[in-house]
Design a protein around this ligand. Structure first.
Ligand SMILES: [Zn+2]
Length: 493
């Protein structure tokens, strides 16, 4: 195996060669290790156990305002990889488009390590399966038709270099898990209740996170009994009412109607053919009232989240910054290369620095603008009980079962696993088949209560998809309990 040190010296010599060929910038990412494992139990039986290990190099060169990218798993062929990237940049330079520009150099050195006490890849398979089977056994019940428990683990060691002298390395550990119970109601329609591994944004990202009962296994009894309540419940009658969103649903509301809408490459139209566009335009920065004054949304750096990685795939140290401040849109998710184009479109300098959101899913994919931790700051409207007590006519919803979002993220429709009715300040009966819908800006402007820190929860996203070829990305959302006024809920017959 060719050592990382040898790759580093090869890359340095080819950086010099690319500069002599007229490239204004070049970078390289060595995935020294990219390991993953996924275990899936169906009804207590091991349905799949898949593992992968990858190692390779991805190279970008910038010449005449155009990117060229190439990748190789053959680390004896670094020269050919740079040649291919250069050839691709030369070809791309003939295509129409706004010239790419990295802006001012920002040489950086550093290291990032995910906090881990017990590396999941060091845990024996038998111990992993015993843990998952223990959860499955708790879910087992004659009323439940199907049970799914799965866990996935990632371990990545990535070294990044560029022609500005940047050298950063990262060891990233991710753990994901879901448990789900499903059963048909008296009409034969299947319902489900589930929970994912979640947290409070602190702590560690190793095996010890997964096995801490309060973040995962301790919820099995609860979802089983809640599913029984859903099966016995009446459908949610349609109507406009207040909507209280728990973090298990709030994360997807943020993901789909704030996160994706604020990715600069979508705003500029580069994702139109697959992921879609955005209702946001560069000139709206600093002006658009995205939500009520209660809405404070940031690209955060919570210690314990798959959206925390130290340095992005352009070597930019991860930033913690506001996207929406007091309801006003103030920034977006960006990398370095498109800021000039966005500023020209805005007719003024709306962006001065990268949002540290350039992320690639593997060595053989080029970085694109991705979510990091897109989180809502806790508010000062108290606990969940306080918010319920202040609600006359509403519902509480948790965990998505279906979602449909406008291609520019301008409107949405969600179905959730469960809804609890709130009447005169009290949580009452459960309803099945809850749904709600709205227009993104109108909806966020109707946000009138934001729960305190006790309601804030970090939810993980294991499989955000974007880009062509597709790139699956991992990230996090920290969300408090949120209340929205007068929302359209339920389906009209
Ligand atoms: Zn997504």
């Amino acid at each position: 195996m060719i050592a990382a040190d040898k790759v580093a010296s090869d890359v340095a010599s080819h950086f010099d060669r690319m500069k002599s060929e007229g490239c204004s910038f070049a970078d390289a990412r060595l995935y020294d290790e990219d390991s993953s494992q996924r275990l899936v139990l169906y009804d207590g039986n091991l349905e799949s156990n898949t593992s992968s290990i990858e190692r390779g190099l991805g190279v970008r060169v910038l010449k005449d305002g155009a990117w060229g990218f190439a990748a190789t798993a053959d680390l004896a062929a670094v020269a050919a990889c740079f040649d291919r990237a250069l050839s691709n940049a030369r070809a791309a330079a003939h295509l129409p488009g706004f010239p790419k520009d990295m802006g001012l150099p920002q040489p950086t050195t550093g290291s990032y390590r995910s906090p881990v006490q017990k590396d999941p890849f060091e845990v024996p398979l038998a111990e992993k399966l015993a843990f998952l089977k223990g959860i499955d056994a708790t879910l087992e019940d004659k009323t439940i038709a199907q049970r799914i428990v799965w866990a996935a683990f990632q371990r990545r060691k990535i070294i990044y270099w560029n022609t500005e002298g940047t050298e950063v390395d990262r060891w990233v550990s991710n753990v994901f898990a879901t448990m789900m119970a499903m059963a048909p109601d008296k009409d034969g329609r299947t319902h489900r209740r589930s929970v994912e591994l979640h947290g409070d944004g602190t702590g560690t990202r190793g095996w010890e996170w997964l096995t801490e009962p309060k973040w995962f296994s301790g919820h099995a009894d609860r979802i089983k009994s809640e599913l029984a309540e859903v099966l016995a419940a009446d459908p949610l009658p349609p109507g406009r009412r207040d909507l209280i969103i728990l973090p298990g649903q709030g994360f997807l509301q943020v993901h789909e109607t704030i996160g994706h809408a604020l990715e600069l490459d979508r705003i500029l139209g580069y994702e139109l053919s697959y992921a879609g566009g955005s209702h946001v335009r560069p000139e709206m920065i600093g002006k658009l009232r995205y939500g009520s004054e209660k809405l404070n949304c940031r690209a955060g750096k919570h210690q314990n989240s798959p959206g925390t990685f130290g340095f992005d795939d352009e070597g930019t140290p991860q930033r913690d910054y506001m996207l929406i401040d007091g309801g006003v849109l103030v920034n977006v998710l960006s990398s370095r290369t498109d800021l000039g184009e966005a500023n020209e479109l805005a007719g003024r300098e709306v962006f001065t620095e990268s949002g540290s959101a350039a992320r690639a899913t593997s060595f053989y994919r080029t970085p694109i603008d991705r979510m990091t931790n897109i989180s809502i700051d806790p508010g000062n409207d108290g606990t969940l009980d306080d918010i319920i007590a202040a609600t006359e006519d509403g519902i509480i919803v948790d965990v998505p079962v279906s979602w449909s979002i406008g291609s520019n993220r301008e409107h949405f429709h969600f179905g959730t696993e469960i809804a609890w009715e709130v009447r005169d300040g009290k949580k009452t009966r459960v309803h099945k088949n809850p749904t709600y819908q709205g227009h993104t800006l109108e909806f966020w402007r109707s946000l009138d209560m934001v729960g305190d820190q006790s309601t804030w929860c970090l939810q993980q996203v294991a499989n955000c998809g974007k880009g062509e070829p597709n790139q699956v990305m991992q990230l996090g959302h920290g969300v408090p309990v949120l209340r929205f006024k007068n929302v359209q809920t339920g389906e009209k017959e």
